[in-house]
Design a binder for this molecule. Structure first.
Ligand code: KIV
Length: 293
């Protein structure tokens, strides 16, 4: 990153680089901002985005250098156990946005606008975006759709709230699509996707998610746009990538989609740890003397 703040912080009993003076030099990268993402588009430095829904995970993802934390409405599926993203409410999104934004020191935090919060008119859309910023503490909001939601993107952007678009497979449209299918296939599909992405850009979005589209189309769209594209199941030609954190950690239900790279099987680790605990309690091995007062 270009803008690096280097501040010297006194940490009580701090570990790591602390010298005999008790001072520790902490290199703290400055906040990822909307202009910083625009700069990345120009220089070609890739943007790493992940979803986050709570404080402990957001804290760790932020410390790991994730550029953008998305409080996705995938919350409904991976945290609440729903079949689709449709049931999650604005109140629930606001609550989870607050947990994540409290944890994020460096990452740009984006809050998803849930189904129903922007479909029924401009006024409710603006109210919902204001709540996500004011109560949820997010830096930007995201909503799904292309040309048909351009007026809402424009209205939010006019309030100086940065908006991220989302085209291709938009999960809130699952019933119209008849399932979670790759979008942008065939000549019409390709033209519609490019048109949607351009409409989102023209409406004032600062970035756009391309979900489940053929990689050559995503590459073409990324070249055509001046704003960064963030791909999920859209190949390597996008300006950045996003994954749902539960998929990456092996905490999802069932087999993950083909585009997911699972880095660890945390589900297995959690189950093993819980089994060990249950055995210890049953066999009266926990708590030990050292774990008692
Ligand atoms: O809700 C979500 O997690 C998303 C990502 C898949 C982009 O919108």
């Amino acid at each position: 990153m270009q803008d690096r703040d280097c501040d010297v912080t006194r940490l009580a009993g701090g570990a790591g680089l602390a010298g005999s003076s008790g001072r520790e030099t902490v290199v703290r990268e400055s906040r990822v901002t909307v202009p910083e993402l625009a700069r990345r588009k120009r220089t070609g430095e890739k943007i790493a985005m992940l979803t986050a829904y709570d404080f402990p995970f957001a804290r760790r993802l932020d410390a790991a250098g994730v550029d953008v934390l998305l409080v996705g409405d995938s919350l409904a599926s991976v945290v609440q156990g729903e079949d689709t993203t449709l049931p999650v409410t604005l109140d629930e999104m606001v609550y989870h946005c607050r947990l994540v934004s409290r944890a994020a020191r460096r990452a740009l935090v984006v809050g998803d606008m849930p189904f129903g919060s922007y479909q029924i008119g401009i006024e409710p859309t603006l109210e919902a975006a204001v709540r996500l910023v004011k109560e949820g503490g997010v830096h930007a909001v995201k909503l799904e759709g292309g040309r048909r939601v351009a007026d809402r993107i424009e209205a939010i952007a006019r309030m100086d709230v940065p908006v991220m678009g989302h085209v291709g497979l938009t999960p809130q449209s699952v019933h119209r699509f008849g399932g979670y299918r790759v979008q942008g296939r065939g000549e019409d599909g390709r033209a519609r996707l490019l048109d949607d992405a351009l409409a989102v850009q023209e409406a004032g979005a600062f970035a756009v998610v391309l979900e489940c589209v053929p990689r050559d189309l995503a590459t073409e769209v990324s070249a055509a746009l001046e704003i960064p594209t963030i791909g999920i199941g859209a190949g390597s030609g996008c300006d950045g990538q996003v994954l749902v954190i539960h998929d990456l950690l092996g905490l999802g239900e069932g087999a993950p989609p083909r585009f997911v790279r699972q880095y660890v099987d945390l589900g297995e680790i959690v189950t093993k740890a819980a089994r060990m605990y249950v055995d210890d309690v049953r066999q009266q091995k926990f708590p030990a003397d050292a774990e008692s007062y």
